[in-house]
Design a protein around this ligand. Structure first.
Ligand code: TRP
Length: 333
């Protein structure tokens, strides 16, 4: 039987290079081999944007444009809007019985996010428990594989625990998924921070115009100990070289730049200029496709609606199995 992929993104804005190397690249690569579903997780986006729900609608389109622009083929991949699959809410509630408060409190990604978010009135239950709803996302589509960035590993582990528990208690209905990390598990931000993040402003988005990309690249963080272009520099852990490794297909050029950087015979400006050129040839076709698609949003909405219909039918069929296994598919109904 053909295996299935489910993964997703919160529609909080357009997607960036971190999303690409963490997950999008694997989705594109595997779309011929796997039955692929990608979820635009608007319900999850609400867990920390509930004060600005009006932003979701436009961002759903942005994310769908990014998916199609990087090469997800709507003939093969279903794009599903989370809030339009209400069965997810039901499964989330059943899953809540299978997770302890202590386990939720240990989730390192959620802990980190809570620190960043600075919730004024305390942590909302919706945010704190979103790993349970994410487990429902993955389980309802009976996914085998979840291509994600490193920060999502605790969510997949949580999903596996819930699925094991469900299957042991009620019978083997659900599938224990595996995570798949990208070629680079985590791309640093342009400021050298741990990861690209929109709220920090250290991103290069897939649809950014060339001037914006150039600006970000030229102001990138490099080796902080290197003051003059004649100082020997460090390549390891230097974000400019991390990006070169990922996005510059000319390996010989990258090796040459690294060697000269270590010796102190190349300036940051040249290294960055070459990086900009590599990024620009990578991003140009994506940007072009994105602009073409954006000119015809009606077609994009058709793709989303079609994917959501198919996704919902699959979710409904899983829920019939779930209710039956849980003995709540009442005979009198
Ligand atoms: N938590 C993911 C993110 O922040 C988005 C997401 C929601 C997801 N549901 C998912 C990812 C299911 C993988 C599988 O980007």
């Amino acid at each position: 039987m053909i295996k299935r992929i489910l993964t997703g993104d919160r529609p909080t804005g357009p997607l960036h290079l971190g999303h690409f190397v963490g997950s999008l690249q694997n989705r594109v690569r595997l779309q011929d081999e796997y039955d692929t579903y990608v979820l635009i997780a608007d319900v999850q986006a609400l867990t920390d944007n509930f004060e600005h729900p009006e932003k979701l609608e436009a961002n759903i389109l942005e994310v769908a444009l990014d998916y199609l622009a990087v090469g997800l083929d709507p003939e093969k991949v279903r794009i599903v809007v989370q809030s339009m699959v209400p069965e997810l809410t039901e499964l989330t509630i059943y899953f809540m019985n299978l997770v302890t408060v202590a386990t939720l409190e240990r989730n390192p990604t959620v802990k980190e996010e809570i620190k960043q978010r600075n919730f004024v009135k305390g942590v909302p239950v919706g945010f704190w428990s979103y790993p349970i709803s994410q487990a429902a996302d993955i389980a309802i589509f009976k996914a085998d594989l979840v291509p994600v960035g490193e920060d999502q590993l605790p969510m997949i582990e949580q999903t596996r625990e819930i699925v094991r528990r469900f299957n042991r208690l009620y019978g083997k209905v659900l599938i224990e998924p595996r995570a798949m990390l990208g070629a680079v598990a985590r791309l640093p931000g342009t400021d050298g921070g741990a990861k690209m993040s929109k709220s920090v402003g250290n991103c290069i988005c897939l649809g950014d115009p060339p001037e914006q990309v150039r600006k970000r690249v030229m102001s990138m963080f490099t080796d902080p100990k290197r003051i003059h272009p004649t100082d020997p520099g460090t390549v390891e852990g230097n974000p400019v070289f991390t990006y070169h490794d990922v996005f510059n297909p000319d390996q010989a050029e990258v090796e040459d730049l690294k060697e000269r950087y270590r010796k102190g015979t190349v300036g940051d400006v040249e290294v960055k200029q070459r990086l900009f050129e590599a990024l620009d040839s990578f991003l140009s076709p994506i940007r072009e496709r994105r602009e073409q698609l954006a000119a015809n949003p009606k077609r994009v909405y058709e793709i989303i609606m079609e994917g959501t219909r198919t996704g919902r039918a699959l979710a409904q069929s899983t829920m019939a199995d779930v209710r039956h296994a849980m003995k709540i598919a009442y005979k009198f109904a």
